[in-house]
Design a protein around this ligand. Structure first.
Ligand SMILES: O=c1[nH]cc([C@@H]2O[C@H](COP(=O)(O)OP(=O)(O)OP(=O)(O)O)[C@@H](O)[C@H]2O)c(=O)[nH]1
Length: 632
């Protein structure tokens, strides 16, 4: 059985996932699907009693979520997506439908109901194929649902509350996340595990197979797709589209076994040894378009091998401001872009084609244009622009990583090799060069702005009236906090040379007066008073001695009952995931990335208690802890 051809059918389509759920995004990304994420604005308020069965409610909600996005995109951009996918997960117990809890009491109510019992998890999925006729949106809806039975052990009140205080239940149907801490509550699962997590991948692939490979005269015996079609089936049913049988475009699954094969292949291999040869061979088309077998490519390894080329293509296109030009003037031909940015036509064309191949640009007969996500993330004025971070990656991180071999041999940062200067001298450059300072601030701003909402909402912070963001740089997180918590005032505390350059990054709008900027050095100066202190992307950067100085100061100024919010990437306990964090460590700064238990231990050492960790699914996770009463 080969899974890829089904998803391969979507390669050339503009696919949109109408869901804000990070889990759904991860499940689909992990199997190599390329898609844009446009969360639905559809409110989940359909009258439950009007549905004969709970799954009908989930399917209808999924459909409405997807249709809302399809309509909005059609009207807003006049560029209709090809396929919109919507999903809705519910839990049912004792004929009641449970969705996401609205607060901790609600989570307690749900978890108490599930305690010691078997319940059903239904995910409704809608796949909407869209087209535009006379500027009217036309849609074809395919929907289905999947049911999984889950049983909870008998759980104590104490355990339920401990789980609720972890913060995990809040954005999960039924108030638990089976993929994380919630897995500890579960005695058994009957059915598709991923369905519980939020997306029934297997059933989804079968549906695609039904849609894209309908039974034909060649395979009349395959009335129903109980399984995803095999290699033979695909060869027989090939409709001539290259992606159906040619695997060279396949992006591959994200997990590797020790030999570098994708995990799905490895599982198949072990489950069905009699078909090993078939499993490891995939069809490729030769020059005559005739399918032949070839050894399966280790796609993940190839992707990693080529990763540096892809990064550099992105960096150079960003440096040349190609995405900015295309946003303003696209679609443009290579010759026009070359003219705009002062580059060679042949070089520019190659770069543009590479960007199109990487999914950053679209290429049509009119020329090249940005995708929506390029407009949002890669243009310098995009809503969540990462432009600053991309430039920082090119100018600062790339030279450091070029010297990774020496860094590993010596175990030290390679500033002297990369820039011909020691770290201290580079820091002086930072003070003296306006350009370097602004580049660095733009990079920090990019990440802070992109992660601010998830960090600000990871915990309910509404009880706090004043916060102080230590090293808060441009105030991106501070501004998000005051939007979400209108009763909060936030002081951004950072070095004078940072504070002097923040004006460029200030948003306009409501509540901005609640953010103030104060200059100071958090290692040396008195810290402003606040009942919530914030350290975002600070702790991982400093050696233990400096952390000791900083956390001792924060602990001393923090009153009992006040809190400290830390935003960092939290490593898993094995300290190998997420890869972003471990790759960052390779810069060999004097600081280090930490796991959840290491943050807990560190914060408790400085008088904080009730340490709660929230993995946000964004680039930063959040850790909240409360200052203890001094022991009597
Ligand atoms: O074990 C787990 N069970 C459920 C989840 C997550 O719960 C939510 C379910 O909510 P919904 O289907 O309404 O989806 P949203 O997150 O609100 O996103 P949409 O934008 O699609 O409405 C879903 O995120 C599941 O992943 C879980 O994580 N574990």
């Amino acid at each position: 059985m080969v899974l890829n051809p089904v998803l391969g059918k979507l390669v050339s389509k503009r696919v949109v996932l109408a869901s804000a759920s990070p889990r759904r995004q991860e499940i689909l990304t992990n199997v190599g699907l390329r898609f844009e994420v446009v969360p639905s604005w559809f409110k989940e308020t359909l009258e439950k009693s009007s549905f004969a069965a709970p799954y009908e409610y989930a399917v209808e909600t999924a459909k409405q979520k997807a249709l809302e996005v399809a309509n909005r995109m059609h009207v807003k951009h006049l560029r209709t997506p090809d396929v919109v996918i919507g999903a809705d997960t519910i839990v049912t117990v004792d004929e009641q439908i449970l969705e996401k809890p609205v607060d901790k009491q609600d989570a307690y109510r749900m978890l108490s109901r599930l305690n010691g019992k078997e319940h059903s998890v239904f995910t409704g999925v809608a796949i909407i194929h869209c087209s535009s006729k006379d500027n009217q949106l036309e849609t074809e809806v395919t929907d289905f649902y999947e049911e999984t039975k889950v049983k909870f052990s008998d759980l104590s009140e104490e355990l339920l509350w401990e789980y609720i205080h972890s913060g995990e239940p809040m954005d999960k149907a039924g108030g638990y996340g089976i993929q994380a801490l919630g897995g500890m509550l579960v005695e058994y699962v009957h059915g598709d595990f991923l369905n519980v997590v939020g997306f029934p991948l297997n059933h989804f692939c079968k549906k695609l197979a039904e849609l894209y490979y309908p039974p034909s005269k060649h395979n009349v015996q395959h009335k129903k797709y109980d399984s995803i079609p095999s290699v033979d089936t695909f060869e027989n049913l090939s409709d001539g589209e290259s992606e159906s049988s040619n695997f060279t475009e396949h992006k591959g699954a994200s997990k590797l076994d020790s030999s570098g094969m994708c995990s799905s292949e490895a599982i198949y291999n072990s489950e069905n040894s009699s078909s090993v040869t078939t499993a490891l061979m995939v069809p490729l088309e030769n020059q005559n378009g005739v399918s032949e077998s070839a050894a399966k490519l280790p796609s993940k390894i190839l992707e990693l091998m080529d990763g540096f080329r892809a990064s550099k293509a992105l960096f150079v296109a960003s440096k040349l401001k190609i995405f900015d030009h295309l946003k303003d003037k696209g679609p443009l031909k290579a010759v026009d872009i070359a003219d705009e940015v002062g580059t060679s036509v042949c070089g520019t064309e190659r770069l543009l084609d590479a960007c199109a191949g990487l999914g950053l640009l679209e290429k049509t007969t009119q020329g090249y244009s940005n995708t929506d996500s390029t407009n949002t993330y890669l243009t310098s004025d995009g809503e969540y622009s990462l432009h600053g971070y991309v430039i920082h990656s090119n100018d600062h991180l790339w030279p450091l990583f070029t010297n990774l071999e020496s860094a590993v041999k010596e175990g030290t940062r390679q500033n002297h090799r990369a820039f011909g200067k020691k770290a201290e001298d580079l820091f002086k450059d930072y003070y003296h060069s306006q350009e370097v300072k602004q580049r660095f601030m733009a990079a920090m701003h990019s990440i802070a702005h992109l992660t601010a909402r998830d960090v600000a909402t990871a915990f309910d912070l509404s009880r706090f009236r004043s916060a102080c963001d230590l090293g808060g740089c441009t105030g991106a997180l501070a501004h998000e906090l005051v939007q979400i918590y209108p009763n909060l005032k936030v002081t951004v505390f950072d070095l004078p040379e940072v504070i002097a350059n923040t004006s460029y990054f200030q948003p306009s709008g409501q509540h901005t007066a609640q953010v103030t900027f104060v200059s100071g050095d958090f290692f040396k100066d008195n810290l402003p008073e606040a009942d919530l202190y914030i350290l975002s992307r600070v702790l991982h950067d400093w050696p233990d001695e400096k952390i000791h100085v900083l956390l001792s100061k924060v602990s001393a100024v923090c009153k009992p009952g006040s809190a400290l919010l830390v935003a960092e990437i939290v490593l898993d306990e094995q300290k190998t995931h997420p890869p972003r964090a471990v790759l960052q460590s390779l810069s060999m700064t004097e600081g280090k990335q930490r796991s959840g238990s290491e943050y807990k231990q560190l914060l408790e050492k400085y008088g904080f208690t009730n340490v709660q960790i929230k993995i946000t699914g964004n680039l930063l996770d959040a850790v909240l802890c409360i200052k203890k009463n001094p022991s009597p």
